[in-house]
Design a protein around this ligand. Structure first.
Ligand code: PAF
Length: 293
């Protein structure tokens, strides 16, 4: 496994790989790798000849009062995990090289970035799509792999690639969960024991909504209220949003259709967690106690 820190070196390496007729999969990350990231890498490994990951805590996607400085970092541990999963190249650029003096360009995706996390994190998705566009230009991947846990991010990146004719296939990978159902996230590290228990309210509320739909409830207001009550029954929780929306346009719905995205952002203590599920009519809901431990 090779570690590359310079943009020019990464571009030259990628050119050599492509000149040899080999395909490239890219998994962009902000490091502090967990099983969710490793699953993205396994998918990338299967799809292409050469697997590249990037590790870059991207300052432009954090708001001024967010956790950029505290965001967990563990380069040594990350490199070991990447090696174990069969990564070929790790690209670790510096912020100074990614955003040199005079930098002033932004890739902005319009409508799908406006609701959900776009409301409480203004500018976040501009930071994401801009850095991902840069990574695509530097690495030139055939395939790029992202987690469905960041559903709105995946939607915005897919939109960008379609709208700007970027020659890269975007692959979304289902959320990897802890055995009790908590979606894996680098930010889970911030939770203390009580908050960790309350964090399960996210997964439980996805189950509840799915059960309500299976039992015939299609009024989005009723489902949202039930979900909010369930979350708020848990100590240390504060809701950022509970949104039922169309899974493609991300526009809010008043009635649950054949497929509806339930997306959640909840502060548990000082940690903001997100989760989501596409709930479908005609699917039996999960049993009541599933994941409730
Ligand atoms: O999902 C993430 O870790 C980041 O938003 C990404 C895609 C690596 C861009 O910085």
């Amino acid at each position: 496994m090779e570690v590359i820190r310079g943009i020019r070196q990464m571009q030259e390496k990628a050119l050599t790989v492509r000149a040899a007729g080999r395909s490239i999969a890219l998994v962009p990350t902000m490091g502090f790798l967990h099983e969710g990231h490793l699953e993205l890498m396994r998918v990338g490994r299967r799809l292409c000849d050469v697997l590249v990951i990037s590790i870059f805590v991207n300052p432009t996607q954090f708001g001024p009062s967010e956790d950029f400085d505290q965001y967990p970092r563990d380069e040594e541990g990350d490199l070991q995990k990447a090696r174990d999963v069969g990564v070929d190249l790790v690209f670790i650029p510096t912020a100074r090289e990614m955003y040199p003096e005079g930098f002033q360009s932004v890739v902005h995706v319009e409508r799908v970035t406006q609701g959900l996390c776009g409301t409480s994190r203004p500018g976040h998705f501009d930071g994401v799509t801009t850095v991902v566009a840069k990574l695509f230009n530097i690495v030139g991947p055939d395939v790029a792999v992202f987690g469905q846990k960041d559903y709105q991010q995946l939607t915005a990146i897919s939109r960008m690639v379609t709208d700007l004719n970027m020659p890269v296939k975007i692959v979304g990978v289902p959320t990897v969960r802890e055995p009790d159902g908590l979606a894996m996230s680098s930010r889970n590290k911030y939770l203390d024991q009580e908050e960790r228990a309350s964090a399960l309210s996210l997964k439980k509320s996805l189950d509840l909504a799915e059960r309500m739909l299976a039992e015939g409830e299609t009024d989005a207001g009723v489902v949202r209220q039930a979900v909010e009550s369930l979350i708020l029954e848990h100590p240390h929780t504060r809701i950022d949003y509970v949104t039922l929306c169309d899974p493609v346009s991300l526009e809010e719905v008043t009635r649950l259709g054949e497929e509806t995205l339930l997306a959640l952002a909840v502060h548990v203590g000082r940690t903001r967690l997100i989760d989501n599920r596409v709930i479908r009519k005609g699917t039996p809901g999960p049993p009541e106690d599933e994941g409730a431990s």
